[in-house]
Ligand binder design. Structure first.
Ligand SMILES: Nc1ncnc2c1ncn2[C@@H]1O[C@H](COP(=O)(O)OP(=O)(O)OP(=O)(O)O)[C@@H](O)[C@H]1O
Length: 378
């Protein structure tokens, strides 16, 4: 599977843009702030029905405009293609269409066009709080299991209601019975999510170890452990044991929203013992393991988006990574860089790779031919 074309209208800093892509490697080069990451964000939108960051949809509409439209053609195989359209409107629900039909539930879209993004912020997976690691779990499992995503949406909504009720009670006992209703409704999604996350970790760790070996060439052994309060308690038992604390703190302190992943290197906490280089290799390995897992579970070759890796990784690591992802074991790749020559130099050492370079400047992206024509007209 690959994305053969992209059309943007009033998306971020793009007024109107049409691009046709290589099925293998596509590079967006240009100065800082030119709009390279915005193109990756647009591709991510088409695959995942939302942006990569936590930005609300309306911030992706070009400043001063009221609507934005993204259109992508996904080539599924030699015969079949899907046309996906995302329509964003200020203060209105977004609409996503596949082959002309709008989804009733946008969650149905997720997982059809698997995607993995690698960004400089990924280091937060190791350095920051547990929410970033749960996002990795949710992102992977949502793309492979539509029920997981539906349960997650339900869980988060119910949790929000339960927390609102605890606030409303302001430390008083609940005489309305509302909390018990939420507790009962939460059990099914909580248990489903817990079991899926628990079962995910084994196969994922094997892929992680493999990817780490390929990227780092190091001998240290990396590992992963899933921590959940539900490992030791059933759902009702967990909530009962925390009811007093919940009442005092006015929020739900037990549940799968407290789950975490513990990363290790030779049995020690990764964050404490890993060098900067080892941390970077580990984070990349997490993403490559995610790629492999999505590929196995969806039977489609995911799209890989690499944002700004040159600025944050040393030359040797970038070379190793590119050689790996440009091997036949990977599918379509999009990469951003501020240096127009660097990627050419790297690709020239890997003959036979089909690739396209796009020069991005002030919200306009042109392929080499268009760029040449533009320079001649100037
Ligand atoms: N809704 C929007 N409307 C108009 N412009 C926007 C909008 N959102 C972001 N931008 C602009 O997009 C530009 C940032 O684009 P992007 O992040 O893609 O840059 P980049 O080329 O990846 O830069 P870098 O190399 O620094 O990562 C900024 O100039 C920003 O002002």
């Amino acid at each position: 599977m690959h994305l053969s074309s992209l059309k943007l209208t009033q998306f971020k800093n793009y007024a109107r843009q049409s691009l046709a892509f290589s099925p293998r490697l596509n590079c967006f080069v240009g100065f800082n702030g030119a709009g390279k990451t915005n193109l990756l964000e647009a591709i991510y939108y088409l695959c995942m029905s939302k942006g990569y960051g936590s930005l609300a949809d309306q911030y992706n509409i070009r400043h001063g405009d009221a609507v934005a439209r993204l259109e992508g053609i996904f080539q599924l195989d030699d015969q079949r293609e899907d046309r996906v359209v995302v329509k964003l409107r200020k203060r209105q629900r977004k609409v996503i269409e596949r082959n002309g039909t709008a989804y009733e539930r946008i969650s149905e879209h997720v997982g059809r066009y698997p995607v993995v993004i690698v960004t400089p912020d990924d280091i937060s997976l190791v350095l920051e709080g547990s929410a970033t690691r749960r996002r990795l779990l949710d992102n992977s499992l949502s793309q492979t299991d539509p029920r997981y995503l539906n349960h997650l949406i339900t869980y988060n909504k119910l949790l929000e209601n339960r927390n609102a009720q605890l606030k409303e009670l302001d430390g008083r006992p609940d005489t309305t019975g509302l909390l018990s209703v939420y507790d009962a409704q939460l059990e099914e999604p909580a248990t489903y999510i817990y079991e899926k996350r628990r079962d995910f970790v084994g196969p994922f760790t094997e892929l992680l170890v493999e990817a780490y070996g390929a990227i780092s060439g190091q001998r240290e052994e990396v590992g992963l452990e899933y921590k959940s309060q539900l490992a030791d308690h059933g759902w009702s038992e967990l909530l009962a044991s925390r009811s007093e604390k919940d009442r005092i703190l006015q929020r739900t302190t037990g549940g799968i929203h407290r789950d975490d992943l513990i990363f290790t290197q030779d049995g020690h906490p990764l964050r404490r013992v890993a060098s900067q280089g080892q941390l970077k290799s580990f984070v990349l390995s997490l993403k490559l393991a995610q790629y492999r897992l999505l590929e196995q579970s969806t039977s489609r070759t995911p799209i890989l988006l690499l944002d700004d890796i040159f600025d944050k990784l040393d030359h040797e690591r970038v070379r190793q990574l590119l050689e790996l992802v440009l091997s036949s074991a990977f599918g379509q790749l999009f990469i951003t860089d501020t240096d127009p020559e660097r990627i050419s130099a790297l690709v020239s050492r890997l003959p036979g790779v089909d690739w396209q370079r796009f020069i991005v400047a002030e919200g306009v992206a042109r392929n080499e031919v268009e760029w040449q024509r533009f320079l001649e007209e100037e």
